[in-house]
Design a protein around this ligand. Structure first.
Ligand code: S3P
Length: 175
């Protein structure tokens, strides 16, 4: 069994960049506690993410993200898989930085399209069903993602264990 890092790791990035898969492996192989923000919010509300967007709107969902990030202060050895839009709010980014190392996962629009096109559980991709439409939103968001990141890790064409090892190496360097 690998040794669990003391520090928290906060994964950010566009939808389909692999945050949940990486968090799951860090949980299974490195025994980190996994905080899957979307899942926690959905469970708290008793509604799916699309239902929360439909009934209460995106701003309401963003408020739930902010409240959850604030609750994570004081925890250790966690990997936090953030919803793709969480770093768009400055307040969220400052909470993330208080919690741990912020790692931005990236992928090309083609990869993101391939990973997300067969699911309908992401309201912000509902009308973006092509690599071009994904690229447009990705470019709008890129400055905020990059400003929030302590480190950037590319995921295209890589196996998840390799990505996890890179993340842990980067997080250790900063300890
Ligand atoms: C969103 C990303 C989703 C989820 C919600 C909004 C976004 O999370 O939080 O649908 O605006 O980027 P994932 O990045 O885990 O898909």
């Amino acid at each position: 069994m690998n040794q669990k890092p003391e520090k928290n790791i906060v994964l950010i990035g566009f939808m389909g960049c692999g945050k949940s898969s990486v968090a799951e492996m860090l949980g299974n192989e490195w025994r980190m506690d996994v905080v899957e923000m979307d899942r926690m919010i959905s469970e708290q509300q008793g509604l799916s993410i699309p239902e929360i967007f439909d009934r209460f709107g995106e701003e309401y969902f963003r408020d739930l993200e902010t409240a959850l990030l604030k609750k994570l202060r004081g925890r250790h050895g966690c990997v936090v898989s953030c919803g793709g839009g969480a770093p768009l709010r400055e307040e969220n980014v400052s909470e993330m930085k208080k919690i741990g190392q912020v790692i931005l996962l990236t992928a090309s629009p083609e990869t993101i399209y391939a990973r997300t096109s067969d699911s309908n559980d992401r309201p912000n991709l509902k009308n973006r069903k092509s690599p071009e439409a994904i690229a447009e939103l990705l470019e709008q968001r890129r400055p905020k993602y990059e400003a929030a990141a302590d480190h950037i890790v590319a995921t295209d064409g890589r196996i998840i264990s390799d990505i996890c090892e890179e993340i842990l190496r980067l997080a250790e360097i900063d300890e």
